[in-house]
Design a protein around this ligand. Structure first.
Ligand SMILES: [Zn+2]
Length: 186
């Protein structure tokens, strides 16, 4: 009897919408803001540009600005990128919102609650254990492998701990791809 996995499944984690921004509102102290449709503000000062990404407090509607570029020379921009800021290109909005540099610079964290899903083919048909599963992240959603696996396989956390071997720690949140192996239940 071989212990090599017979079947390799592929799970994909992807966003269903843009995550919210956890950032304290200066007016109402709420800590949740939304990017909405996604809007940039571009301000030209001579040959320098300031560019912000706008977010709106979900509680009072106050608009705040997240600094994207500060006093950057116009000539340092790729024309296509600059055009993207002017037309609020949704891809550029997502790209910046999900860029950890923006979060660091503006001191916010992303709130992924309800903004992502796991696409996992059902493993119920599996007859030949063990099974190997490759988890791929299309978006940088931080998940606890233990929880994700429990959800994807419909197992309890205890069962996950008993039946799973994984190449990374099961309890530490990650948004980098990983692989795990499931052995047969009792
Ligand atoms: Zn507010």
């Amino acid at each position: 009897m071989s212990s090599q996995p017979h079947i390799v499944l592929r799970w994909v984690v992807r966003r269903t919408r843009l995550p919210r921004v956890s950032l304290r509102c200066v007016d109402c102290r709420s800590e949740s803001a939304t990017i909405g449709e996604g809007r940039f503000r571009v301000n030209a000062n001579g040959k320098l540009l300031d560019i912000w990404l706008l977010v709106r407090c979900v509680s009072c509607g106050r608009t705040s600005k997240l600094t994207v570029h500060e006093r950057a020379p116009v000539r340092s921009f790729d024309p296509a990128e600059l055009h993207g800021y002017h037309v609020n290109d949704p891809e550029l909005v997502a790209c910046w919102l999900l860029d950890p540099r923006l979060a660091r610079r503006n001191r916010f964290t992303l709130d992924w609650t309800g903004a992502w899903r796991l696409d996992a083919p059902p493993a119920g048909f599996v007859e030949a254990w063990p099974v190997q599963v490759e988890v791929v992240f299309e978006d940088p959603v931080p998940v606890r492998p233990e929880r994700l696996i429990a959800q994807g396989l419909g197992l309890s956390r205890n069962e996950v701990l008993r039946r799973i071997t994984c190449d990374i720690p099961l309890r530490r949140p990650t948004s980098a791809g990983f692989i795990f192996t499931v052995t047969a239940g009792d």
